[in-house]
Design a protein around this ligand. Structure first.
Ligand code: GRF
Length: 190
């Protein structure tokens, strides 16, 4: 069995798909870390009975927020941190504590279109092949080693909403699959 923590700032649809995939197996989502009091992910976590900790970045900034996060994660023996729409840069403090144990999903075919607005940038790029990337998190913005990518070819007449829906549908398939695979590997060497 392996333990994960999901970090999210918004809607939480990826969190939901991961939670649904994890709940029928041996692994466990110990908690959600959220930095946004208005985020839908809080309600989703509540409905699924998964503890959600609201961590503010407003007062002491990122360093203090990450100290708080570290103290929340410590008692849970977290094996993997899963970023799912978490709109904060992870600092060297957390990166060092969870070396090679933080993953993220980005809604473009990295290294194309990193940073915020990945779907919008992809859509207006004119690229025919679009997709998503799951990658390890390093010191850069969406620069860590790629774990998996899944792409599709657009026809050209789709609206941005249609492309967004396609990207999210792909995310909800690929992210849980990759995470379960990593968790199985971690659990095997424990
Ligand atoms: C996803 O598109 C993900 O790729 C990006 O942020 C979005 C989060 O969506 N990093 P949700 O909150 O999981 O619905």
């Amino acid at each position: 069995m392996a333990n994960i923590a999901v970090f999210a700032s918004g809607n939480g649809s990826n969190f939901q798909s991961i939670a649904e995939a994890v709940q029928s197996g041996p692994h466990r989502i110990c908690c959600v870390i959220c930095d946004n009091p208005a985020a839908c992910v809080i309600t989703r976590a509540h409905s699924l009975g998964i503890p959600c900790h609201l961590v503010t970045y407003d007062n002491g900034g990122r360093e203090q927020a990450e100290e708080t996060i570290l103290s929340l994660l410590k008692p849970c023996s977290i094996d993997l941190i899963v970023l799912a729409g978490f709109m904060r840069i992870i600092s060297p403090l957390l990166l060092a504590a969870y070396r090679n144990r933080i993953v993220n999903i980005h809604p473009s075919l990295l290294p194309k279109h990193p940073g915020t607005q990945g779907i919008r940038k992809s859509y207006y790029s004119g690229d025919r092949e679009l997709g998503v990337t799951v990658h390890y998190v390093d010191h850069g913005v969406d620069t860590g080693p790629v774990i998996a990518q899944e792409s599709f070819i657009r026809e050209g007449h789709e609206s941005i909403e249609e492309i967004e829906n396609t990207i999210h549908r792909i995310e909800h398939g690929v992210y849980p699959k990759v995470i379960l695979h990593i968790l199985d590997k971690i659990a095997n060497v424990k």
